[in-house]
Structure formats: structure tokens, C-alpha cells
Ligand binder design. Structure first.
Ligand code: B12
Length: 209
């Protein structure tokens, strides 16, 4: 088994203690950080499928998520790009009722790399808290909202509406597994992206256009 396959297998198995070392070994073998990251993202898809099939339950999903986060910690310094913060501030969070944060954290990392200062509000963030963060921080150009559950998609809609009503000039981008470009348009968001890399491109595009 290649190191990258081992990383994938150990994330799926939720081996938090083993994953960071294996990620480092894969890097030492010359594998690209993006390739290792993709392997871990793929692991989470497998975990989701097993959960859907009833083969695993919430605790197993949680320990797999922890293992992935430990692996991402090793990659993070290597994925940092432009740290100039010249493009302004981006407020990011997972919407109310939703506790998923791996995707949000990756999006945050990539938008930061594109040259934004990040204000990360964490998970289960109310629409009002997003608005308060725009008020409390300087030069907020983007609000990025993550939602992973079909049940929290209405919270995405409410957040976009509340932020836009309070700050029409701030650009709001949305994303997360159940979100589609059509849904983003329907709820009045300024942008959508399917993954962390394209989220950073979209954020940059919205403030430089
Ligand atoms: C890990 C996990 C958990 C963990 C989360 C831990 C954590 N710290 O995040 C825990 C155990 C807490 C959890 C709980 C639950 N979960 Co869960 N979970 C997952 C799982 C397996 C992986 C999610 C993940 O991290 N993916 C990897 C990341 C990298 O991908 P991502 O999040 O999609 O993010 C990428 C893009 O979407 C995009 N993106 C994300 N955010 C944003 C934001 C912006 C602005 C942009 C532009 C882009 C963007 O870029 C990201 C990076 O490329 C998914 C399965 C899946 N296939 O997604 C289920 C899944 C999301 N969970 C599910 C469910 C049902 C639940 C629970 C309701 C289970 C329960 N019965 O309690 C609870 C809900 C808790 C809550 N209130 O939030 C369902 C959702 C079904 C649905 N359609 O609503 C899924 C799809 C599993 C399934 N197949 O059934 N879960």
C-alpha cells in the first residue's frame, strides 16, 4: 500500500495518532500537499457513504473527522500562499444548526492563502452573528457561509438575506455539499464554489472585479 493509500485508510479508520506521521511520510516521499489533501477528502466521502448505508454511526464519523483535521494541520503551513491580507477581510462560518467544519476550515485556509484576513466564527453561527462580525471588523469584503445539511439550507438563505439587508456592498459566497449554483442564485448570494480552491478564486474575483 502506498503512503497516500495508508493516509486514506487511516483517516477512514479514525486513527488520529497515526495520520499526522503518515501525512509527513507521504510528503517525504514527494507527494504534493494537494494530492494528500484530496485523498483525505475522498476518505470523508467514503465515511459519508458508510454512514448512509448504516455501516457506521455518528461517533465513527466524528473520529474520522478528527483524524482528517490532524492531517490537515500538517499540510496547512505548506498550503499557505500570499499572506499580505491586501484583499480585505473575509468573515467565515458554518450556519446555524450545523456543526460540520472540515470543509469550512479548508475554505478558510485557501481564502487566507489568496490574500484575505480571515475572521472565523466557527460553527452553528446565527445570521445575526455574521452581521455583528461585519460590524466589528475592519474592511470586511466577503462573508463566506458553509452549510452541509439539507436541513440547514434555510439557515443559509436567512444568513444571505440578513447580511445583504444590513451590508449590501459586502459580497456573500455560499457552499457546502448540498449547495448548488442554482440554489446560491436563488437565495441571492454573490457567489458559489464547489471546493476550497475555487472558493478562493471566487472570493478574489468578487473583490477585484
Ligand atoms: C464528518 C461528518 C460529520 C461530523 C462533523 C465533524 C466536523 N468537525 O466537521 C459529525 C459527526 C459531527 C457529523 C454530524 C452529523 N452529520 Co455529518 N457528515 C460528515 C461527513 C462524513 C464528512 C463531511 C466532511 O467533512 N467532508 C469533507 C469536506 C472537505 O467536504 P465538504 O464539507 O463538502 O466541504 C467542501 C465543499 O463542500 C466546499 N465548501 C464547504 N463549505 C463551503 C463554504 C463556502 C463559502 C464555499 C464557497 C465552499 C464550501 O469546499 C469544501 C472543501 O473542498 C459527511 C459526508 C459527506 N460526504 O459530506 C456527513 C454528512 C454531511 N452528515 C450528515 C448527517 C445526516 C449528520 C447528522 C444529522 C447525523 C446525526 N444523525 O446526528 C449530524 C448533524 C450534526 C449537526 N447539527 O451538524 C449527512 C447529511 C445529509 C443531508 N443531506 O443533510 C452526510 C452527507 C452523511 C450522509 N451521507 O448521510 N457529521
Amino acid at each position: 500500500m502506498s503512503k497516500i493509500q495508508e493516509v486514506k485508510a487511516m483517516v477512514e479508520a479514525g486513527k488520529s495518532k497515526l495520520v499526522p506521521g503518515l501525512v509527513q511520510e507521504a510528503l517525504d516521499e514527494g507527494r504534493a500537499p494537494t494530492e494528500i489533501l484530496q485523498a483525505m477528502v475522498d476518505s470523508m466521502s467514503v465515511v459519508g457513504e458508510k454512514f448512509s448505508a448504516g455501516d457506521i454511526f455518528v461517533p465513527e464519523m466524528l473520529i474520522a473527522a478528527k483524524a482528517m483535521s490532524k492531517g490537515v494541520d500538517v499540510l496547512k503551513p505548506l498550503m499557505a500562499g500570499d499572506r499580505s491580507n491586501a484583499l480585505g477581510t473575509c468573515v467565515i462560518g458554518t450556519v446555524a444548526g450545523d456543526l460540520h467544519d472540515i470543509g469550512k476550515n479548508l475554505v478558510s485556509m485557501m481564502i487566507e492563502s489568496a490574500g484575505f484576513e480571515m475572521v472565523d466564527l466557527g460553527v452553528d453561527v446565527s445570521a445575526e452573528s455574521f452581521v455583528q462580525a461585519v460590524k466589528d471588523n475592519d474592511n470586511v469584503k466577503i462573508v463566506a457561509c458553509s452549510g452541509l445539511l439539507t436541513t440547514t439550507m434555510p439557515a443559509l438563505k436567512e444568513t444571505v438575506a440578513t447580511v445583504k439587508a444590513a451590508y449590501p456592498a459586502v459580497k456573500v459566497i455560499v457552499g457546502g455539499a448540498p449547495v448548488t449554483p442554482a440554489y446560491a442564485t436563488e437565495v441571492g448570494a454573490d457567489g458559489y464554489a464547489p471546493d476550497a480552491g475555487s472558493a478562493a478564486v471566487k472570493a478574489k474575483e468578487l473583490v477585484t472585479a
